[in-house]
Design a protein around this ligand. Structure first.
Ligand code: HEC
Length: 110
């Protein structure tokens, strides 16, 4: 008889646990200005759609926003060695780094 009570409770807990992170990240992404997603689309060729890379290039989804900004600044300044990112980073401002970093960090980790 106990299962009659515990099964629906377990299902509710499971669904709540699965849905809560999705809702949280969707909300914070919606709060971003539209340019954030627009700028970030330029990174999809290499870092994958939604910042999820299938290959050797690192995924960006779910990385801390501060980390992404610092890496982009280091690429731009030439203090982090790179094959391509030092060239790309030169085309963006700090404000654009912030927008892209907020966008990628709001996506679920792959
Ligand atoms: C032409 C392919 C290409 C494009 C386009 C590209 N990246 Fe990269 N990215 C790389 C590669 C390759 C690396 C590894 C470092 C290197 O060799 O340049 C990298 C590394 C990074 C890292 C460091 C990740 C880590 O785990 O430390 C960040 C952050 C990053 N890219 C952000 C971006 C952003 C933001 C954009 C869009 C403006 C972008 N990348 C567009 C190829 C690309």
């Amino acid at each position: 008889m106990i299962w009659r009570l515990t099964l629906p409770l377990a299902a509710a807990a499971l669904m709540g646990g699965l849905l809560a992170p999705c809702l949280a990240s969707a909300q914070s992404r919606e709060a971003l200005p539209p340019e954030a997603a627009y700028l970030s689309a330029n990174c999809a060729n290499c870092h994958g759609p939604q910042g999820r890379s299938a290959g050797a290039i690192p995924s960006l989804a779910g990385l801390p926003s501060r980390y992404i900004v610092e890496q982009m600044q280091a690429f731009k300044a030439g203090t982090r060695p790179a094959t391509i990112m030092h060239q790309l980073a030169k085309g963006y401002t700090d404000a654009q780094f912030e927008l892209m970093a907020s966008y990628f960090s709001s996506l679920p980790k792959p």
